[in-house]
Design a protein around this ligand. Structure first.
Ligand code: S3P
Length: 175
C-alpha cells in the first residue's frame, strides 16, 4: 500500500514580487488537492478594483490595512495554499498570522525578479522608477525577514513552477 502523504493543513508562500508565488501556488495546490488563494486577488475581489487603484485612492497605508485584514481571515481557513503579497512580512501582526501555517520562502536573484517584472503595470511600487534599484532596496530590507519567518526556503531561479512545487512537497515531507 502507498504511504499516506501527510502535509501541513495550510501552506503560506512568501517572497518578493515576480518570484512566481501565484503560479507556483496554483501548481502546488493542485498537486496537494488543496484550495489556492492569493491575498492580492482577495483584496481585488472584495473591493472590486485593482491594486493600483487602491494605492491611488487610499495610499500604500490603506492597502496594507486591507492586506492585514485579509491575511488574518485567510490564515484561519483550512486546507489552503496561500500566495501572499511581497510586502506582507513587514508588519508584525502579519508575521504572527503567518505562523498559523507552514511558511515557504520562494527565493530568486535580482536578475530573475527584474526579468519577471519587466513589463509589469500592476505593481505600484515598481512604476515610474528604476525597477532593479527598487527591487534591490526592497530585497535588502525584506530578504532577512523572509528567511527569519520561513520554515523552508526554496530557490526558483531557472526552474519551472512544477519543479519548484515538487521540491516544496519533498521538503515538506522531510521537515
Ligand atoms: C507588493 C507586492 C504585490 C502587491 C503590492 C505590494 C510589495 O504583490 O501586494 O503591489 O510590497 O512587494 P506580489 O508580491 O504578488 O507582486
Amino acid at each position: 500500500m502507498l504511504p499516506v502523504m501527510k502535509t501541513p493543513e495550510n501552506i503560506f508562500l512568501i517572497g518578493p514580487m515576480g518570484v512566481g508565488k501565484s503560479t507556483i501556488g496554483r501548481q502546488l495546490a493542485s498537486m496537494l488537492h488543496k484550495e489556492f488563494r492569493d491575498t492580492d486577488h482577495e483584496i481585488e475581489s472584495r473591493t472590486g478594483v485593482d491594486i493600483p487603484t487602491i494605492f491611488d485612492i487610499e495610499g500604500e497605508e490603506g492597502f496594507r490595512k486591507r492586506e492585514a485584514t485579509v491575511l488574518d481571515e485567510l490564515t484561519t481557513d483550512t486546507n489552503l495554499v496561500l500566495a501572499t503579497g511581497g510586502g506582507i512580512v513587514m508588519r508584525e501582526e502579519n508575521r504572527k498570522a503567518l505562523r498559523r501555517g507552514f511558511v515557504v520562502y520562494l527565493a530568486a536573484n535580482i536578475d530573475t525578479l527584474v526579468e519577471r517584472t519587466r513589463r509589469d503595470k500592476n505593481r505600484p511600487l515598481l512604476q515610474n522608477t528604476d525597477k532593479r534599484k527598487k527591487l534591490e532596496e526592497l530585497m535588502e530590507l525584506r530578504d532577512p525577514i523572509y528567511r527569519e519567518e520561513a520554515d523552508i526556503i526554496v530557490e526558483t531561479d531557472g526552474r519551472s513552477a512544477k519543479a519548484v512545487a515538487k521540491e516544496i512537497i519533498d521538503q515538506l515531507q522531510a521537515a
